[in-house]
Design a protein around this ligand. Structure first.
Ligand code: GLU
Length: 449
């Protein structure tokens, strides 16, 4: 990918590519962010003088480690663990852990880099980091999962802490995994440090609405974007990909606000259910029985499973990619546009390719990048940390009201920055610029670190 920007930005980009060979996802995230902050950097020569960009693209610390564990058959298994601590200018490193066989250094670095700007955008004093493992939780027993989590935490313990780095969930890591990780941390450190991990269970330090926050937040952001054009969610049909936590609670909030989601997907294919996704059935299939998504169609009259093809070919006015990176390419964007899509809000991190984003924006489709639209998850994590520190627990309604307020502020911050830097309504530029300025100013104030 080439980016057309100032010589300073090009130099930083080229050097970062050369220094991090073979990391396509990280390169993609670097290109997207550096390109969109060009108007900001042009107005702030002091950033170049202080080497802000050169420092921003280099993680503060990267940890890779061996995770040995024993499976149910008594065989030794070895996975690789990661924690990339990207930037702590605004607060302790904060970001999820992803357990998925595709995980590699490139993916963790792209996620940690993106997380830095996302977290800055929330305005909650959290730095950026990400971690995980190439461990595949599918098909492993509960005992195997626990042994893996315990082994993973034996090493991770050295690098985290409520004032240092606060991991949470991401793909393949939910309350169950956080439970095993938290238990092992507590045992190793001999301290009940609630704020060291977020996404905990409600009975042991977790926060109301953390589970729902990412999905709900995406829909709140969509609502804000539509409102800016004098439109609402009412009566709209939504195409949603994925079938995990983000997709589930985006669908729930869409339903509450009068819209209808008609699709979900996993890596084996997608479901079309014109009557609207039945959330109870979805949760039964995915969370309780942990089955493939086709089981949903087997049990739901009128719904069908499509094993090949792309979910983005299904017509709808709203689209929420909530599966994984680069799941929505230019052909998919073209199909969405052909079918009259009005708005796309990213539930996953970087699910749309740069070409797809360009096509959507050129066609006048409202487009919300993940670092703005899905920031509700990490925002609620920061509120979980606040509650842990104060030994409090807020009620569901109060927590949801706070989330809605945060998403509305975040939308305003991204929109205002898009105007300020000459691209009104371009939320990619707006979100990156607003997040970047906060990090850059803190780095400038704190000296050459
Ligand atoms: N994994 C989520 C994200 O991508 C949440 C991170 C967190 O809560 O720390 O933002």
């Amino acid at each position: 990918m080439t980016i057309s920007v100032s010589p300073y930005i090009s130099k930083v980009y080229d050097a970062a590519i050369a220094r991090n060979p073979g990391e396509p996802e990280f390169h993609q995230a670097l290109g997207e962010v550096l390109e969109s902050i060009a108007p900001v950097v042009a107005q702030h020569p002091e950033y170049a003088e202080a080497g802000i960009l050169e420092r921003l693209v280099e993680p503060e610390r990267q940890v890779m480690f061996r995770v040995p564990w024993v499976d149910d058959a008594g065989r030794v298994r070895v996975n690789r663990g990661y924690r990339v601590q990207f930037n702590s200018a605004l607060g302790p490193y904060k970001g999820g852990l992803r357990f998925h066989p595709s995980v590699n250094l490139s993916i963790i670095k792209f996620l940690g880099f993106e997380q830095t700007f996302k977290n800055a955008l929330t305005g909650q004093g959290i730095g950026g980091g990400k971690g995980g493992s190439d461990f595949n939780p599918h098909g492993t027993s509960d005992g195997e999962l626990m042994r893996f989590c315990q082994s993973f935490m034996i090493e991770l313990t050295r690098h985290i802490g409520q004032y240092t780095d606060v991991p949470a969930g991401d793909i393949g890591v939910g309350t169950r995994e956080i439970g095993y990780l938290f238990g092992q941390y507590r045992r190793l450190m001999n301290r009940h440090e609630s704020g060291v991990l977020t996404g905990k269970g409600l009975g042991w330090g977790g926060a109301n609405v953390r589970t729902e926050a990412t999905g709900y937040g995406v829909v709140f952001f969509l609502q804000e974007m539509l409102a800016k054009r004098g439109e609402t969610l009412e009566g709209r049909t939504a195409i949603v990909s994925g079938s995990g936590n983000v997709a589930t609670y985006a669908i729930a909030k869409l339903q509450q606000l009068g819209a209808k989601a008609i699709t979900v997907s996993d890596s084996s294919g997608y479901i079309v259910d014109q009557a609207g996704i039945d959330l109870e059935l979805l949760k039964q299939v995915k969370e309780v029985e942990r089955l493939r998504i086709s089981a949903y169609a087997d049990r739901r009259p009128g719904a069908h499973f499509v094993a090949s093809g792309r979910v983005w070919e299904v017509p709808g006015q709203l689209a929420i990619p909530a599966a994984t990176q680069n799941e929505l390419g230019s052909d998919d964007a073209a199909a969405l546009i052909r079918n009259g899509v009005v708005a796309v809000a990213e539930g996953a991190n970087m699910p749309s390719t740069p070409d797809a984003v360009e096509l959507l924006q050129q066609a006048g489709v409202l487009f919300a990048p993940g670092k703005a639209a899905n920031a509700g998850g990490v925002a609620m994590s920061a509120l979980e940390m606040s509650q842990n520190a104060a030994r409090e627990r807020w009620g569901f309604e109060e927590s949801e009201a706070r989330l809605s307020g945060i998403m509305s502020d975040l939308h305003a911050a991204a929109y205002d920055a898009s105007e300020k830097y000459g691209h009104p309504g371009d939320y990619v530029i707006g979100a990156n610029a607003a997040g970047f300025v906060r990090v850059a100013e803190a780095m400038l104030a704190q000296g050459l670190i």
